[in-house]
Design a protein around this ligand. Structure first.
Ligand code: GUN
Ligand code: FE
Length: 425
């Protein structure tokens, strides 16, 4: 048995309605899994070393449920455009560069280090269509000790020539990508990644649906982000009831674990189908504001018990920091409350849940300190943010609004302390 014991001001959210605060508690894990949070350390651990973090906060690591690694160099650019012009002007030309594996290695190294810096311990990541580059990204995340999913993106229509695959090659390369990771990565697994309906033919979607079923592979894509996009999907698939039904017709909507980014303009039928199939919504508020996409009905999703988490959606989102994404989720929900539907805005405790256990559930037992959960955590020294006595709840809220990487003094995944990737490269 290899036990690890961290002592500090422990806080986690077992549900969207519950914040559990345990001052001066011992967080105990064995073989990378949490066994309990104790005020007094049980006798069986009396000989095990305790890492005493004193007055520092100990939180679950942040989980980013939707992010595009190749768009990392584009952060903060093209923010005056909406989705489709933004894709054409900024995103596609940037992604085309990843045919060059040396470029990919350089950019992905910076991306992985930034994930580490901002305390994101697991992520569901889009690469590009390029199989070798996507493999490099998965390996770099694995080497840094981070967890999650990486997808080689599939695109075979309505895309610039440099990003348009032949259907059969797209499917064959997806298999090659999955097989390539088989013995190379453990914590970072492959995920099927049709970019979105407009960039995938029916033949490609059908082939991916078959792969999902045959190999039990998870799926990530985009759903109902922008009104022009939705109208385009309707034009391309007039026989389908709605956007979600296109994915569903090909076995890509919850037949295996599925996460759909945005889900802003979803209909009642689409919400009902998401619920029935357990499809995750990755809410990406920074991106949705930057690209003027709208504000997702998060209160309704939570009330209806949908699976929901938060995503940075870099580079629609301008920052990888889940602290910023959490604050943006609260702020945008207040605008929706005031000007749209009068439904209660999200609370700080709720967005903390979404960035930890809400997103984490897509990766397994991740994002909480309940027994059996992966021992992923952050140690936060918030002394820079103020020196008057505050409750742990207030300190958590202040960290979410004001904190950044400077406050995060240690990160653990599966019970292992993660060194700075820059220093281990
Ligand atoms: N829809 C299709 N591709 C993309 C992308 O790269 N980013 C966002 N935000 N939406 C998309
Ligand atoms: Fe996206």
């Amino acid at each position: 048995m290899s036990a690890i014991i961290l002592k500090g001001q422990t806080v986690y959210a077992p549900s969207s309605q519950k914040l559990t605060v345990r001052p001066d508690a011992h967080l105990v894990a064995e073989d990378g899994k949490v066994t309990g949070v104790y005020d007094a350390l049980p006798g069986i651990y009396s000989c095990a070393p305790v890492v005493d973090y004193g007055d520092r906060l100990i939180l679950p690591g942040f989980n980013d449920l939707h992010v595009h690694a190749p768009q990392f160099p584009n952060r903060g650019m093209g923010m005056d455009k909406e989705l489709l012009p933004w894709l054409n002007a900024y995103t596609f030309p940037q992604e085309a560069k990843f045919e060059d594996v040396a470029y990919a290695r350089r950019v992905y190294r910076r991306f992985v280090r930034e994930l580490w810096r901002v305390g994101t311990t697991r992520a569901a990541v889009f690469a590009t269509i390029h199989t070798p580059s996507a493999g490099i990204l998965a390996e770099q995340m694995e080497r840094a000790g981070l967890g999650g999913y990486v997808g080689k993106v599939n695109m075979d229509r309505n895309s610039p020539p440099a990003l348009t695959e032949l259907t059969d090659a797209s499917l064959a390369n997806t298999i090659r990508f999955i097989e390539g990771l088989e013995n190379r990565t453990r914590r970072v697994r492959p995920i099927l990644t049709p970019r979105f309906v407009p960039s995938c033919t029916e033949a490609l979607l059908r082939g991916l649906g078959r792969l999902a079923e045959e190999h039990g592979l998870p799926v990530q894509s985009h759903l109902s982000e922008n009104e022009e996009e939705i109208a385009w999907v309707r034009e391309l698939h007039p026989q389908c009831r709605d956007y979600a039904s296109v994915y569903d017709a090909f076995g890509l909507f919850g037949q295996t674990p599925t996460v759909m980014a945005h889900c802003i303009h979803v209909t009642d039928d689409e919400i009902a189908l998401m619920k029935r199939r357990g499809v995750y919504a990755a809410h990406c508020p920074t991106s949705n504001l930057n690209l003027s996409s709208g504000i997702a009905p998060m209160r309704r999703f939570l009330d209806e018990g949908l699976n929901v988490g938060l995503g940075s959606d870099v580079a629609g989102g301008h920052t990888l920091s889940m602290m910023d994404v959490m604050a943006s989720a609260v702020q945008s929900s207040k605008v929706r409350w005031k000007y749209v539907d009068g439904k209660a805005p999200l609370t700080t405790a709720e967005v903390f849940y979404l960035a930890t256990k809400g997103s984490g559930a897509f990766f397994g037992q991740v994002g909480s300190f309940e027994s059996g959960y992966a021992m992923d955590c952050l140690v936060v020294d918030d002394s820079r943010l103020g020196d008057e006595p505050r409750s742990i709840e207030e300190r958590l809220e202040r960290f979410i609004y004001l904190g950044d990487n400077r406050e995060i003094v240690a990160r653990y995944v599966d019970g292992a302390l993660l060194p700075d990737p820059e220093e281990t490269e």
